[in-house]
Write a protein that binds this ligand. Structure first.
Ligand SMILES: [Fe+2]
Length: 187
């Protein structure tokens, strides 16, 4: 007998089906492709199931608001990481929520601490960085380093930065159903 799917998993599949084709900012990939490539790279990096799911869902905030894809070009920070954090916290534990919620902070952290990181960012990421507060101050760096989720957040960020490859074939959303079922915290 087949098992019933967790409603949260159905909710996620519906979100990607309905909104996943939208553009990922000014990048060359859709939201769905970006999410799937981020999850794929997290898996390749040896990430835990929670980190793979966090990578898959780190930009879920973009699928939940109705601001235009190019909002940053008009000086608007959609604060999608906070939206994602709240949405994920109602469905998953901290090992999924925190790396996703911190993915913008991780960019600001790496800009402040890693030579060449800023230069390698895509143009849309540089534009949004300005709206997100720019590189972290030394005080913010110290606070960020003290988070128990710093390593996971930085790993997710690198997967995020890499997940903008036109025409890279990766597993589809259905392939992540077992991963989602495994780490979802409500039934
Ligand atoms: Fe992203």
């Amino acid at each position: 007998m087949s098992q019933t799917r967790n409603p949260v998993v159905d909710e996620i599949l519906s979100l990607f089906a309905e909104r996943g084709d939208s553009a990922y900012g000014g990048e060359c990939v859709s939201q769905r492709t970006h999410a799937l490539q981020a999850a794929y790279f997290a898996q390749q990096a040896g990430g835990s199931p929670e980190l793979v799911v966090a990578a898959l869902l780190h930009d879920v905030g973009h699928l939940l608001h109705d601001l235009p894809d190019d909002a940053p070009d008009h000086g608007v920070d959609d604060r999608h990481e906070e939206l994602a954090g709240r949405w994920l916290a109602a469905r998953f534990g901290p090992a999924v929520v925190e790396p996703a919620r911190l993915h913008v902070d991780a960019k600001r952290f790496l800009c402040a601490t890693e030579t060449g990181y800023y230069e390698a960012l895509s143009e849309p990421s540089k534009v949004s960085l300005r709206l997100q507060g720019g590189p972290m101050s030394p005080e913010e760096v110290a606070r960020f380093r003290s988070s128990p989720h710093v390593d996971a957040a930085v790993t997710l960020r690198r997967c995020d930065d890499s997940a903008k490859v036109a025409e890279l074939e990766v597993p589809g959303i259905e392939d992540y159903v077992p991963w989602l079922e495994r780490v979802v915290s409500i039934s």
